[in-house]
Design a protein. Structure first.
Length: 81
């Protein structure tokens, strides 16, 4: 299943962050996070919307590694229940 990233529109520490999520097996999301060098402890295991937050550099790398860019609305519709 694909991994998705939404636009970087969430301000944090003088940068804009985005969400990375999946509509399939959560292990696919963790595999992508591992490839990006993210710590598993950074996983946001929130009921109904598990995700990782990504800064600009990690978002760019995620897209290069195959993450699909979608709008925030599309991400919510596809991945968050």
């Amino acid at each position: 299943m694909p991994v998705y990233v939404d636009p970087p529109i969430f301000p944090y520490r003088k940068q804009l962050y985005c969400h990375m999520a999946t509509d399939g097996d959560i292990q696919e999301l963790h595999r992508m996070a591992y490839r990006l060098g993210l710590k598993r402890s950074w996983f946001q295991n929130k009921p109904g919307h598990p995700h990782y937050d990504l800064g600009p550099a990690k978002r760019s790398l995620a897209v290069k590694l195959g993450a699909i860019e979608v709008t925030s609305a599309e991400l919510v519709k596809k991945c968050f229940r």
